[in-house]
Design a protein. Structure first.
Lengths: 106, 106
DNA sequence: ATTGGCTTTTAGTTGGCACTTACGCAAGCG
DNA sequence: CGCTTGCGTAAGTGCCAACTAAAAGCCAAT
């Protein structure tokens, strides 16, 4: 989950993900979309996305076709829904912090 | 939106957001929750969260009370739902890239 | 085998980010 | 007023992430 959010924090990686959202695309065509950075930079972005499971790679001859892994974004949605809504653990943690404070205090 | 994702990419900031999700909390109490970093570091995290509109600040005497801005997370959810699902713009962009390629290509 | 297109990888640079230490500043209290 | 409490800010450090340029890998066709 950490990897997912870190990967999406970069604007160009979001753009890449959008490009390969509905169809797979070869690396060169993805890179051509970006005029301000090198093909190498895009390749490295693709690696980050792949390691975060946000895209999958398929080889076809010398080309490499990338496609978005939409399931992973769905997981992020679920994360946003569930993570903070556990008020009980929050109260427990605050209580623990107060306890630490009390013992440490003077 | 960029600021929102960048802010959430940091684990400690997510933890802070979880702490102040359902109730407001003074800065010191938030900082006490983290034993491995300084109070100053937490203060800087709070500033990032505030600039991303993920938390709001309320002053009460010398204290500053923070509370999560749940609307902003809701916006992120909407973003995840809508941003990539516009296949038409994707096709347009790919066509443009191909056009650039054709002209540039000798 | 060698050439050539498609792509990743390596090495090196730079900018940014999280952190600590030290300081500053306002509000309440004796 | 002097002191303390609660908190942000400034300056400096170290690390990591994004980038470029150059080298290397992979695959197909010749």
């Amino acid at each position: 989950m950490d990897a997912t959010l870190k990967a999406l924090a970069e604007p160009r990686r979001r753009e890449i993900l959008r490009l390969v959202w509905s169809d797979e695309l070869p690396a060169t065509q993805i890179a051509d979309h970006f005029t301000e950075v090198t093909r190498s930079a895009i390749s490295q972005h693709l690696r980050v996305l792949k390691e975060a499971s946000l895209v999958s790679e398929r080889r076809d001859g010398t080309r490499r076709l990338y496609r978005a892994n939409t399931d992973e974004v769905a997981k992020l949605r679920a994360f946003l829904d569930d993570y903070w809504t556990s008020g009980l653990t929050r109260l427990r943690d605050v209580a623990e912090a107060a306890e630490r404070n009390r013992r440490a205090g003077h």
